[in-house]
Design a protein around this ligand. Sequence first.
Ligand SMILES: *Cc1c(COP(=O)(O)O)cnc(C)c1O
Length: 368
Amino acid sequence: MPRPLSATVHLDSMRHNLARVRACTPGAKVWGVVKANAYGHGLEHALRGFADADGLALIETEGAVRLRELGWTRPLLLLEGIFEPADTALLDQYGLNSAVHCVEQIAMLEQARFSRPIDVHLKMNTGMNRLGFRPDQFAHAWQRLRAIAAVREITLMTHFANADELEHPRLSVREQVRRFCAGADGIDGPRSLSNSGGVLHQAELAADLSNDWVRPGIMLYGGTPGGNTADHFGLRPTMTLASEIIGIQEIGAGETVGYGSRFEATEPMRIGVVACGYADGYPRHAPHGTPVIVDGVRTRLVGRVSMDMMTVDLSGLAGARVGSKVVLWGAGLPVDEVADAAGTIGYELMCAVAPRVRMMEADLENHG
Ligand SMILES: *Cc1c(COP(=O)(O)O)cnc(C)c1O
């Protein structure tokens, strides 16, 4: 029998979350963001779960090639664009859309030979100060792209720094939209601004923000960019990381558990050993008390997470035994809640699920 740890990807929840995106932003086309191996879910699963997306967007050129080889025929967008001149051949061969965020990339496109038209997303830096042209350089960049014969459609794009917190005191979404509109003034073309945070707050932003293409990532996976819970937004978890109890220790008051002996029992208790550790992607810095589900009941992590195992409190779980089912996150335990306890975000936990974790697919709707 293989080690009992697995990550189950729920295709029905992926479809549900994609439908939530469409309900939040009616009329906008949707790039399903599948970078980082579809936030840890695997590109094959994402391809099936997001079969209804208008396009898929990612960072990795090899991932884009793989999606084509797996049969994805709709648009694919490289969110960081290309990295060297030779990549222009990939755009051409696989029909990829590319972000363009710097003059070096424009020069690569100017010097490339294309056998078919190419669509690009021209990126504006509206305050994130990561990638993109500043608003006052944007029109010039656009003109250079427009002059390239092979360039067909130029979508105008920016990225929000604080879409999870609409009234952010340092840089609000509305301020970024204002800068975007100023930089894009007089330039025609589709617009793409919103990530998950922008999509989830579209109703409040309706007066200021519209998109031809939205670019949700985390919400498609049932996580949230922060602020409210997935449940509040009507999103469902798309990944359940589950394992089993593989050992039990009965310890007395004053005994300690695990490396560093950081947890000390104050009374006799049962400790369950779970087959899941930091080499599987579970955060090593998760503290005592981080929620875990055993046999459908919430309990807590105790002691330090080790490479292959972690230890949980089985007090009050008299029926728990070797073989009891454990849920680390997913159905019944939002990844954001575990992330919060561990001082990180759901994005990081899902992306970190290690290659040695068996990936399985579930589809409650038996679609197709
Ligand atoms: C990752 C990414 C997204 C998706 O962000 P979420 O917060 O996961 O919705 C959108 N646009 C760009 C450019 C990205 O890199």
